[in-house]
Design a protein around this ligand. Structure first.
Ligand code: BG6
Length: 308
């Protein structure tokens, strides 16, 4: 069977290739495995909590309605914890929606949202009610790719503002041997230096802790993880202008109890497609959609300067 509901998770397998599959935990609607022809493409910590007690350290956690910790005290998401509540709420499994491509859907609205965290999201008018929202998350598994698509709807009477991010942990070996293409000349905020600058590396590489938010990257630009001249994974973004690139390296991963093995930072790289450098405003009855397409292999595409 192509789509199996195991209670706490859903496993999707291609009909014609049982070695290609996706596993999604209902908690956080977190994709915790994507195997392509038996090869795992995502990194999940050996100490990740998969029992709903903590967001999953690895896979594809979903970040909504705030990225990081909101700094502006007046913003409605100020009281929310880092990365919001989507990744620590148990989503409804809505079932299979199409056979080709093989697609399943999950849904989250105030009824399913983790009440302890959701109640911290204030409405714009400052009233007692929390913002009303519906999230529909579609995951499609194809022979050489997965597509993750989010639709955010506002069924309420008031506008709300949000960030969205697919916090994808890619499995790489070894992160010191990979580079990421097509970020040259992009504006970035370095979360470690706490400053904005223009990325000047012809290809970004990793030799220490790395935490940068690239802003408003041209939509045509493909982000590629390349090892020794061979493309491993490609990330194509749709309506997701920003990308966060993160590796915690030795000290930071050492301080995270759910990060194992401690040398695991060498096996992972987060490339996170999203809308995070400002908020999307969604008025009543409006819908916003963003998606990422992750596919394997192919040619290196040098697009660094062609749109400037
Ligand atoms: C990244 C941020 O998106 O997420 C980092 O840029 C952060 O600053 C990382 O450390 C992990 O966050 P968390 O909440 O899962 O530990």
């Amino acid at each position: 069977m192509a789509v199996e509901d195991h209670g706490d998770k859903v496993i999707v397998t291609l009909d014609n290739d049982s070695t290609t599959s996706v596993t999604v935990l209902k908690y956080g609607a977190t994709v915790i495995s994507w195997k392509h022809k038996g090869n795992e493409q995502l990194w999940v910590s050996e100490a990740a909590k998969l029992d709903g007690s903590k967001p999953v350290r690895g896979g594809i956690p979903l970040v909504f309605p705030n990225f990081g910790k909101t700094k502006e005290e007046s913003h409605e998401t100020f009281a929310l914890p880092q990365h919001g509540f989507a990744r620590n709420s148990t989503w409804d499994f809505l079932g299979q929606t199409t056979a080709s491509p093989l697609t399943i859907q999950f849904g989250l609205s105030p009824e399913q949202a983790n009440p302890e965290v959701y109640k911290l999201w204030k409405s714009k008018s400052g009233g007692d009610e929390n913002p009303d929202f519906t999230l529909i998350y579609s995951i499609s598994l194809l022979e050489d790719r997965i597509i993750t698509k989010i639709e955010v709807e506002n069924p309420g009477k008031e506008a709300f503002e949000f960030n969205w991010l697919f916090h994808t942990y890619f499995r790489v070996s070894d992160v010191e041997d990979v580079v990421v293409t097509n970020l040259t000349n992009e504006q970035c905020y370095d979360q470690l230096l706490k400053t904005w600058y223009t990325e000047k590396s012809p290809m970004v590489n990793f030799t220490e802790e790395f935490d940068r938010i690239y802003k408003n990257i041209h939509p045509e630009k493909l982000l590629q993880i390349v090892k020794f001249g061979k493309v491993q994974q490609n990330i194509q973004r749709h309506n997701l202008p920003d990308a966060v690139v993160w590796n915690p390296w030795i000290e930071k991963s050492g301080s995270m109890a759910d990060f194992e093995p401690k040398k695991g930072y060498l096996d992972m790289l987060c490339i996170e497609a999203g809308h995070v450098t400002d908020y999307v405003t969604l008025k009543p009855s409006e819908t916003w959609t963003g998606s990422q397409e992750v596919f394997l292999g192919g040619e290196i595409k040098v697009q660094s300067d062609i749109y400037s």
